[in-house]
Design a protein around this ligand. Structure first.
Ligand code: SAM
Length: 233
């Protein structure tokens, strides 16, 4: 039996829609985690020292922990999965963790009149960014504040795209395919259960359309990823 079929069958048996705990996440998504350091995104924002920072879909807190080291005044981290947030981030005196969806936590910040100077979203904007949430981000961004995120810039094919590779002798398999504007992704590492997730393909035209009303946008291409720097108008 073909190894891919075998793994997809396994994925069906152990379907994991929510993200795993942060330790498993780092092992399973090693290629993405190590290949895309938080520092790249932070550099796009400029100076973070003395700033109030918001880390959307912050996961284990890797970006939050770096901005704190760089002198940020305060950091709020939002993630809907409790197990994705590390104790290191949760227990840090300068990091306040909100276990909530981006959508409802942004609404709450807006209602409370809470503003941020820098808002980041690393590897997760495809889960939540739309016309409505772009406005919410603008509403909680201080005047002249910056919203920085990355997203993949190549539309995945409708026919499943299979990537097999090895890191330190461990076999990995990824399968991605597009149905309408929804990307489905299966991530498998030898010895770990599959993670299956779905998120939206956000085309450059769509992003320009929803962001231009509120922000002056500059985009920097970095291989398959585009880094967006959005300054509040
Ligand atoms: C690919 S991981 C990225 C984590 C982290 N930003 C990083 O780069 O390591 C995506 C994260 O987004 C979170 N997430 C997805 N959709 C969300 C939503 N609507 N609201 C809050 N968190 C969400 C998941 O729980 C997960 O921790």
């Amino acid at each position: 039996m073909d190894v891919c079929f075998c793994l997809i069958k396994t994925a069906g048996d152990y379907k994991m829609e929510s993200y795993p705990d942060h330790k498993t996440y780092r092992r399973l998504y090693r290629r993405f985690y190590e290949g895309r350091p938080a520092e790249k995104l932070i550099k796009i924002a400029g100076l973070v020292a003395g700033k109030n920072v918001l880390d959307l879909c912050g996961g284990d807190g890797r970006l939050s922990l770096v901005v704190v080291k760089l002198g940020a005044k305060s950091v709020c981290l939002i993630d809907r999965e409790r197990a994705m947030v590390s104790n290191k981030a949760r227990l840090h005196s300068k990091i306040k963790v909100f276990i909530n969806t981006v959508e409802s936590q942004l609404e709450e910040f807006m209602e409370r009149g809470r503003y941020f100077d820098c808002i980041f979203c690393q590897q997760a904007v495809n889960y939540w960014l739309n016309d409505n949430t772009a406005k919410l981000v603008a509403d909680v961004l201080a005047e002249g504040g910056v919203f920085v995120f990355n997203t993949f810039n190549r539309k995945p094919p409708e026919k499943p795209m299979i990537k097999k590779y090895e890191i330190d002798g461990k076999k990995f398999l990824e399968v991605s395919w597009l149905v309408g504007d929804l990307v489905h992704h299966v991530q498998k590492r030898e010895g770990l259960p599959c993670h299956i997730t779905s998120f939206r393909w956000l085309s450059p035209d769509y992003l320009a359309d929803i962001l231009d009303t509120y922000f002056s946008v500059t985009v920097k291409k970095d291989g398959n990823t585009s880094l967006y720097r959005c300054i509040r108008k």
